[in-house]
Design a protein around this ligand. Structure first.
Ligand code: C2G
Length: 160
């Protein structure tokens, strides 16, 4: 079929300034991601995880492990829960921070917040695949070279 002159004359409009951003906003709009962690000695690995989640989803909920739940996980954080959740809340990529009190709350959190996706670093790869029954499950590559435990060990070593 011969393209009409008008069609040829009016190619797809170039993305207007910000138009691309608008499209990105449209694809993320109404999507909610959920992630869980201790976030002790908040570091760049945590920030990059949150930032990468927000590149894909419009709203990020972060569940921060309480000190009591950390004991269940066999972890003892340097920074108490009240401070850890305040720090996470202050991160510009985070839209809502809630407490993580137990392993089993993930299903009810996903339902309660209508989550599109559950996202974790890939050190957890495969551990939460059962949640695929409720939402998308994504494991993102961890940031190399940094961890709360490495930071702790470095401080202990250099402080002495
Ligand atoms: N993370 C990362 N890169 C790092 C360190 C951590 O991407 N260098 C990610 C982890 O993969 C995890 C999140 O940051 O998704 C939080 O890590 P932790 O604070 O160590 O939390 P964790 O002890 O793994 O607790 O129910 C799930 C648990 O609460 C997760």
């Amino acid at each position: 079929m011969q393209e009409s002159a008008s069609t040829l004359a009016s190619p797809m409009p170039a993305a207007a300034p910000g138009h691309g951003q608008g499209l990105v906003a449209d694809t993320r709009r109404g999507t909610v991601a959920l992630t869980y962690g201790t976030y002790d000695l908040f570091h760049v690995g945590h920030v990059r995880l949150f930032r990468r989640i927000k590149e894909r989803f419009g709203f990020l909920i972060v569940a921060v492990s309480t000190d009591e739940f950390n004991a269940v996980k066999g972890k003892r954080s340097v920074v108490p829960f009240a401070d850890r959740i305040e720090i996470v809340r202050a991160c510009r990529h985070v839209d809502l921070a809630i407490a993580e009190n137990e392993w089993a709350q993930k299903e009810s959190d996903i339902r309660e917040y209508g989550c599109t996706a559950f996202v974790m670093g890939d050190d957890w790869s495969g551990r939460f695949d059962h949640l695929r029954a409720l939402c998308e499950v994504i494991y993102l590559p961890r940031t190399g070279g940094v961890s709360s435990s490495e930071l702790k060990a470095h401080v202990v070593k250099t402080a002495a």
